[in-house]
Write a protein that binds this ligand. Structure first.
Ligand SMILES: [Zn+2]
Length: 332
């Protein structure tokens, strides 16, 4: 153990198993955060200490449902191959004080995508259960954290679990055996998983593709404010992450974004590349350029704007206002 770290056993916040299997480690490098590792549910992540001691049990339970879902789906996508260690925190200020990235996750943003009705909850539960099926004939046995797969909202979950399993089997997605102690996905269930996977993980976020130079910072802030004001989260890959290792992570973030905002005021080949990728995926791509640069023959951007009207702005206030209107009109 490194100097300055402190490890203790405690009750796992995911599976709620007793304190024999889970450890919580604090260290001086990341104060106010702990590293949680559990040998029962096999989850490991960094988390802000204030979430671990939340005194609202319903909110805490919901937050850990989302952490569980996030980690399970990332494991499925093999994102862990690039050794991303997720850091979860909760901040309801907009824009968030902490720089966003693919593995630093604001639970406040995730909460906006909490299943809002029983249909969505059933669909997302089915997706999580499908991750556990490694082969076509495998079955899932109910264990102590089974309620996490079904987005159950309390510690007394048996009724909720039974109701959710009733929905899933009523829809023909699963078969239940042994008094609902074991389940397996049906052919119809797999069909639904494939249909859902096509829109898997598309969240309410807009990806910003632009130069990270200091002179471009006011534009980035204007983008961030316009995206937030339209009810979306701004996804910005920070400059340090723009190396070859982060490319899969960047593609992943573009895939799960609803739209992309591109600045062409300051030349950046990465941004053109990212915009091309988003365009190919059928995402809404909104291109912005300052009036000054756009009308300067020497600096005019090389962007194929024949398809879409570009937002040519006078100043950052003009940009914010027009970008917000464009997002609201074109992103659904
Ligand atoms: Zn656990």
């Amino acid at each position: 153990m490194q100097k300055g770290t402190k490890m203790e056993r405690f009750v796992c916040p995911i599976c709620l198993k007793d304190n024999q299997s889970c450890t919580k480690e604090t260290n001086n490098m990341l104060s106010e955060f702990s590293y949680v590792k559990c040998n029962v549910c096999h989850m490991s992540f960094n988390i802000a200490d204030d979430i671990l001691v939340l005194d609202n049990p319903t909110l805490r339970y919901s937050l850990f449902n989302l952490i569980f879902e996030f980690l399970i789906l990332h494991r499925k996508k093999a994102i862990s191959d690039i050794r991303v260690k997720c850091i979860f925190y909760y901040d309801d200020t907009v824009p968030s004080k902490i720089e966003q990235s693919a593995n630093i996750i604001n639970l406040f943003d995730l909460m906006r995508n909490y299943p809002s009705n029983v249909i969505e909850r059933t669909n997302r539960s089915l997706l999580l259960l499908s991750v556990l099926h490694e082969t076509i004939d495998s079955t899932i046995t109910k264990d102590l954290y089974f309620g996490r797969f079904l987005f159950c909202t309390s510690f007394v979950q048996n009724k909720e679990i039974d109701k959710m399993l009733e929905f899933l089997s009523g829809l023909g997605y699963i078969d239940c055996f042994f008094n609902k102690e074991t389940i397996s996905l049906t052919f119809k269930g797999w069909q639904k998983v494939i249909e859902l996977s096509e829109r898997l993980n598309v969240v309410d976020q807009g990806f910003i593709a632009m130069s990270y130079s200091d002179e471009a910072k006011p534009i980035m802030e204007a983008f961030r404010e316009a995206i937030s004001a339209s009810g979306y989260k701004a996804q910005i890959m920070s400059e340090k992450e723009h190396n070859h290792q982060i490319v899969p992570e960047m593609f992943y973030e573009i895939e799960r974004s609803k739209f992309m905002i591109v600045d062409v005021t300051y030349q950046n080949y990465g941004a053109y590349y990212e915009a091309g990728y988003a365009q190919a995926l059928g995402k809404e791509v909104i291109v912005c350029c300052s009036e000054e640069v756009f009308h300067d023959p020497n600096r005019k951007p090389h962007f194929d704007i024949s398809q879409k009207p570009i937002i040519i702005w006078k100043d950052v206030d003009d940009l914010k206002q027009r970008l917000k209107c464009r997002i609201e009109a074109t992103v659904h």
